[in-house]
Design a binder for this molecule. Structure first.
Ligand SMILES: [Zn+2]
Length: 197
C-alpha cells in the first residue's frame, strides 16, 4: 500500500535502499524528453492520474509532459554532487535536495515541461499559462504544487512552479478548499505524528 501522504523533506529522509514498488515507465512522444539517458518512472496509479490531467489540459491546448520524475538515491547523490562542483555547497543545499530528502525518490512527484507551438519549454515560470492552469486545476487529480511561493521557510525549498506531488484527490481537495498550501502545514493541522516537523 503506497502512502500518498508521506512527508519527505529535509527533516524526513528516505533510506538509501528505498525504492517504490509500483513504478511504471513513462513513454512520452518523440522529442519531448530533455535527457535521453534518463527513463521517467512514476507510481502506476499516480501516472494514471497524471494522464487524466494531461488530457484535460490538452482540451485547453496546454501541452504538459513529465520532465523528471522518479530518481533513485544514487541518482540524486550524483545530481547533488554535480551542483556542488558547479555552484558550491551553499547553492546546492538551497536548490537541490540531499539524497534521501528528495521527493523524487517517492515516485509520487514530477517536474513538468511544457510544449508550445512545437517548442519545448523546460524553464517554466508561474507566468506560463500552462502552469497557471496546473496551479488552478491539479488538485482535481490529486496533485499539489509542492513548493509554493512564500512558503520557503516551511518547505525548506525555494518556489518551484514546475514541481508537483501526488497526495490523493481527497487530500488535495481538502487542502485546496481550506487554503492549506503545503504538506507540512497539512500534517501539523491534522496532528499527524509520524513525521518530524
Ligand atoms: Zn522536482
Amino acid at each position: 500500500m503506497v502512502d500518498y501522504q508521506v512527508l519527505v523533506n529535509k527533516n524526513n529522509s528516505l533510506g538509501k535502499d528505498y525504492v517504490p514498488d509500483n513504478l511504471v515507465e513513462i513513454h512520452e512522444p518523440a522529442g519531448v524528453k530533455m535527457d535521453s539517458n534518463y527513463v521517467n518512472k512514476l507510481d502506476k496509479f499516480v501516472y494514471q492520474e497524471f494522464k487524466d490531467m494531461q488530457s484535460d489540459a490538452l482540451l485547453c491546448n496546454y501541452e504538459i509532459f513529465v520532465d523528471s520524475s522518479y530518481r533513485s538515491f544514487d541518482y540524486q547523490q550524483k545530481l547533488f554532487n554535480d551542483i556542488v562542483s558547479k555552484k558550491g555547497l551553499k547553492y546546492a543545499l538551497r536548490y537541490c535536495a540531499l539524497p534521501g530528502s528528495s521527493e523524487h525518490q517517492t515516485g509520487l512527484a514530477f517536474d513538468v515541461i511544457v510544449r508550445r507551438d512545437g517548442i519545448l519549454i523546460s524553464d517554466v515560470s508561474e507566468m506560463d499559462s500552462e502552469l497557471i492552469w496546473l496551479m488552478d486545476n491539479s488538485y482535481k487529480y490529486g496533485f499539489i504544487l509542492r513548493y509554493p511561493k512564500g512558503k520557503e521557510k516551511i518547505t525548506g525549498y525555494n518556489f518551484e512552479p514546475w514541481h508537483f506531488r501526488y497526495v490523493g484527490r481527497d487530500i488535495a481537495l481538502e487542502m485546496h478548499d481550506s487554503g492549506i498550501t503545503t504538506l507540512e502545514e497539512y500534517i501539523i493541522n491534522k496532528d499527524i505524528k509520524r513525521f518530524r516537523l
